[in-house]
Write a protein that binds this ligand. Structure first.
Ligand code: NAD
Length: 479
């Protein structure tokens, strides 16, 4: 298999060291591609190129940047089927899900392209400052940060790359992208669309390699002005410690809860949980991990949920008959299986699923889970939901908040007053009423509270966080 080279300063290159790495299918272990394994020299080359790219790109008018991004979006649309196959091959995501992800990619670029053309500032009422007359004019302008370092996880290898690269480019920044080591092929395919659309050479680099080898060097480099990271809280914490004085956005881990009250539509709630707990084999930051049912409807909810979970079909992710693919590695699948076994050993009941075959874990429902156990509080990132009960709104909201994370939550109820209370009191970045947390429109502000992160994504917010605000004062008189 030939090496898919990485992108540095507009050139498709091998690693300076000549090292390469095979990318394998999580499903059957077959080699689906080979990429360079970047080292320190490659990091230096990418950042040096980005310095030049940042100068070129900030001098490129917004309408031209927009035109290039729109061409890239069209190219991504045209290659969507091919990109979906690449996602399935390297990530193990069922092809039906990969097709949806690839289908959203072009639109994500278009949303960012538009926002990059909306860099408005404010006019400042300086005459309201005591002692100042009408002889001064003040306003703000936004300008690109310079070089944006984008570091992305494996679970949405197209969308999470584009939620960083597209707004960063739209806002006029040069970008150094470090995709997850398990899913670099999708990132390289997307980068080719930007280059094909006419992006100047030095503006985008993609370094394939391991965060544990090149992460600290990238993150601590003073030429990087903004870091946009999505991944685990553990790595996010390390990045925050190494970054120094820079702008940082961190989209991190989660243990998302769904509350189901007695006046909920249990058919709707069970449909939504059967989708939101198992999409991408539960490897989604806003996956349903915890279900907090009112004790009066716990049994009825489980009766409605179990047949829907049993109907999920695992198997070859490239088959259209498969509705749930693999975990990212057999090691991750073993970790998830062990977590389910540990919950059972602690007194929880595994009602269905939890068995492992290679990198596939059968979708599981685990009831009677102790809300203070690691199975509930820590991130699982696998295809299982943990069910526990509460007596009332007070108890349900307290349980939902009983984790260090705070990304997203869902509430099923027809009680408007209760819903309003939940909206106000659940400490999460996103709250969904009558749906699960696993829902995202690419345009909406998206990000977590507490250990789930800092800052927001979504093209409008990302463009704002990837630009600097400058205050300008024109002095008609010098005092
Ligand atoms: P990860 O933290 O292991 O890796 C993410 C990226 O960080 C990879 O590109 C990796 O190479 C890089 N990295 C590793 N060590 C580094 C270092 N020292 N310095 C710099 N970069 C380094 O995460 P993962 O396993 O790929 O993804 C799963 C995690 O991502 C889960 O915790 C999940 O909740 C989180 N996630 C969060 C969101 C969100 O929006 N909040 C979205 C998707 C995934």
């Amino acid at each position: 298999m030939s090496v898919t080279r990485m992108l540095i300063g507009g050139e498709w290159r091998d690693a300076g060291s000549g090292r390469t790495e095979d990318i394998t299918s999580p499903y059957d272990g077959s080699v689906v591609g080979t990429v360079p394994r970047a080292g320190q020299d490659d990091v230096e080359a990418a950042i040096t190129a980005a310095e030049a790219g940042a100068v070129t790109w900030r001098r490129t008018p917004a309408h031209e940047r927009m035109r290039i991004l729109l061409r890239a979006a069209r190219s991504v649309d045209e290659r969507a089927a091919e990109i979906a196959k690449t996602i399935t091959a390297e990530n193990g995501k069922a092809i039906a899900e990969a097709t949806v992800e690839a289908g959203r990619a072009g639109e994500t670029i278009r949303l960012a392209a538009f926002e990059g053309a909306q860099l408005y500032g404010d006019s400042l009422p300086l005459d309201a400052h005591p002692g100042t007359g009408l002889d001064k004019v003040g306003f703000t302008v936004r300008q690109p940060c310079g070089i944006v370092l984008a570091i992305t996880p494996f679970n949405y290898p197209a969308l999470l790359v584009l939620h960083k690269v597209a707004p960063a480019l739209a806002a006029g920044n040069a970008v150094v992208l470090k995709p997850a080591e398990t899913t670099p092929l999708t990132a390289l395919a997307l980068a080719a669309c930007f280059i094909g659309a006419g992006l100047p050479g030095n503006v985008l680099s993609v370094l394939t390699g391991h965060g544990s080898e090149i992460g600290d060097q990238l993150v601590s480099d003073p030429r990087i002005r903004k870091i946009s990271f999505t991944g685990s809280t553990q790595v996010g914490d390390r990045i925050a410690r190494h970054a120094g004085v820079k702008k940082i956005s961190l989209e991190l881990g989660a243990s998302c809860a769904v509350i189901i009250m007695p006046d909920a539509d249990l058919g709707l709630a069970s449909d939504a949980v059967a989708a939101g707990g198992y999409a991408n084999a539960g490897q989604v930051c806003n996956s349903v991990q915890r279900i907090i049912t009112h004790h009066a409807v716990n049994a009825d909810f489980l009766d409605a949920l179990l047949p829907k979970v049993k109907a999920i079909r695992t198997g070859d992710p490239s088959s259209h008959d498969t509705t749930m693919g693999t975990l990212i590695t057999a090691g991750e699948a073993a970790r998830v299986q062990q977590s389910i076994s540990a919950a059972a050993a602690g007194g929880a009941k595994v009602l269905v699923g939890g068995e492992r075959e290679g990198s596939v874990v059968a979708p599981a429902v685990v009831a009677d889970v102790d809300p203070s156990s690691p199975f509930s509080r820590q991130e699982l990132f696998g295809p299982a939901v943990a069910v526990s009960t509460a007596k009332n709104w007070e108890g349900a909201i307290a349980q939902a908040n009983d984790t260090s994370y705070g990304l997203s939550a869902g509430v099923f109820t027809s009680d408007v007053a209760g819903a309003v209370r939940a909206i106000r009191e659940i400490d999460c970045g996103n709250v969904h009423i009558n749906w699960t947390p696993l829902w995202r429109a690419d345009l909406m502000p998206y990000g977590g509270l507490k250990a789930s992160g800092i800052g927001k994504e979504g093209p409008r917010r990302a463009v704002s966080e990837m630009t600097e605000e400058k205050t300008i004062v024109l002095h008609g008189r010098p005092w």
